[in-house]
Design a binder for this molecule. Structure first.
Ligand code: 5GP
Ligand code: MG
Length: 178
């Protein structure tokens, strides 16, 4: 299936994102010890995580980096409410300070699920999201580090997809259907 026919309006430009990530990295760098395990939630956070870890390098951090693939959305724009582990981390989280990275916090089910699971395995978990859709929460969770508060719109780009497309956009935009 080809990319959906949609017009994308820029919400956060790549320059705005880069500048905010620099600030986040300073905050995280100042509060993290030397032995940090970073777990990025795939697929949506891959671009954010890639830029954030390089900004963290500038603060002197030398984190171990791993990935977990979770799914709750399927191919639509509505969360199904169920979260599944499609692929797990390889690292051992027990006894580690762990930073969980996700693209966007909406109902909170994805991040709450991941945080609970990794806490259960013995990690001390902090959370970082690029975008926070406040007022959409179904699970009791707030992220420790937030890039931007996001309006209640379906957004794409910078790793976020619509029906598996638009992840490559260097900015965050809203989808206007034609
Ligand atoms: P939650 O579990 O908090 O409801 O949703 C979090 C997940 O849903 C995110 O990791 C992201 O994959 C997806 N999601 C939520 N809102 C949006 C959105 O506006 N655009 C896209 N592309 N994905 C979203
Ligand atoms: Mg996601």
């Amino acid at each position: 299936m080809p990319a959906p026919d949609a017009e994308i309006n820029i919400l956060f430009s790549s320059a705005e994102i880069a500048s905010r990530i620099g600030e986040l990295a300073e905050e995280i760098g100042a509060e993290s010890g030397p032995d940090l395990l970073i777990v990025a939630i795939l697929k949506g956070s891959f671009v954010f995580a890639a830029d954030l870890v390089r900004a963290l390098h500038q603060t002197g951090l030398k984190p171990e980096i791993d990935f977990i693939t979770l799914s709750s959305y399927g191919a639509g724009t509505e969360s199904s409410g169920r979260v599944a582990v499609l692929r797990d981390i390889a690292a051992e989280p027990a006894g580690r300070r762990l930073l969980l990275i996700d693209d966007i916090l909406e109902s909170g089910r994805t991040l709450a699920f991941a945080r609970e699971e990794l806490t259960r395995r013995g990690a001390e978990v902090r959370t970082c999201v690029l975008l926070d859709k406040r007022g959409k929460r179904k699970a009791e969770i707030e992220a420790d580090y937030v890039g931007f508060v996001c309006p209640d719109r379906f957004v794409v780009g910078y790793g976020l997809d619509y029906a598996h497309y638009f992840r490559e956009l260097p900015y965050i935009g809203t989808v206007e259907h034609r």
